[in-house]
Design a protein around this ligand. Sequence first.
Ligand code: ZN
Ligand code: ZN
Length: 455
Amino acid sequence: MVETTPVHESILQALRRVKDPDLGRDIVSLGFVKDLKVSGDTASFTIELTTPACPVREQMKEEARRAALSVLPIHQVEVKMTAQVRPTKSEQKDRLVPLVKNIIPVASGKGGVGKSTVSANLAVALQRLGARVGLMDADVYGPSIPTIMGASGSPLPKDGKLQPLVAHDVKIVSMGFFMPKGDAVIWRGPMLHKAVEQFLADVNWGDLDYLVVDLPPGTGDIQLSLCQLIPLTGAAVVSTPQDVALNVAEKAIIMFNKLRTPVLGLIENMSGEIFGRGGVQRYCQVHGLPFLGEIPLSGEIRKTSDSGSPIAISDPASPEAQAFLRVAQNLAAQVSIKTSGITETSERPEPKEFAQITKEGLRILWKDGHESLYPFRHLRLRCSCAQCVDEMTGKKRLQEETVPLDVRALALSPVGRYAYHIEWSDGHRSGIYTFEYLREICPCEACMATRRTVP
Ligand SMILES: [Zn+2]
Ligand SMILES: [Zn+2]
């Protein structure tokens, strides 16, 4: 029987002032406060976060301590911080890897964006932050994780399962361990299917908070079947600043959307003077996607990758390692949001039902009762994709006269729970319209009146 006294109640009430910034709720209603004990003027309790990789952990601890101190007659407070990563609920996952809580693929629209280096450093960074981490190298074209992590040899069987190799305290299995050296392996669907299933079910991964999967670059059939096989929490997409402008990253996002896999966010890699900077963040803003952070273009990252000691562990004080740490924290936060079962705090506009393509245009009935009818050309001209708007400068690229007067939407598909992807009759395919943006450009008289300028 848990003892509750008026003092207990008052402390809990005070602790409601402490919020988890990622989940947007207070730590009491989130169920984070455990083992609250009061004895005389001393209170003690534990705060159990949903990830050890919480960037505001110390701040929360201090806030909670002060909140409890504000209650009479408390003069002393002991706060213990722990974390329990919550699992993604999935029958398929539980069948294959019941002890692995979350599977996170790292993808890219094409090769050469440093995806494997990012995967390896994220895995190492999450481990350094206190999580139990595995790294699965599913890059059948060029498995490079063994080199980057400095892991060689073959996983050995034990009790009917393969033991993953361990490097930098991360458990590793790579396609590279099983491919004959120098032979180009042609992977066919069924073979790949089998290999991936074995990588999950026949490997003794043990208890893992996060299993990071380095996907092959691109968005072909291989990637598609891999993603269909693996029950995923959500994906991280790596892009260089210039590739996002060329719609390369978008292909990966559309692929995950087709698979109904949430995109946890985008990472800007090789950020800096040569390739530019900030393009991925702007892209995320326009499309309502989480931005996980930027990794600078750096010779040090390359050097440490070539030598088998990722910079996140070999030089943890470096700005590069710090950048990886921040991205890892943001990624963990997005996983927490996905697994906490909190549906977004709904200040965002949301359609009441799926939008309709009608003769007059696109019709959306919103949850708040508002109705919008967008004439097709109105909508087409306001496309905010990288082809239509310069991601770097925000200037319009689309020339109005090139859009036919009778342009119409051919197909509509959802993007996560926040946007629609529209295919247009003029061949345009890359337009994603967030609900927020759609509401902003509603052409009805009432909305026009409250708007100073029409976007
Ligand atoms: Zn467009
Ligand atoms: Zn309106």
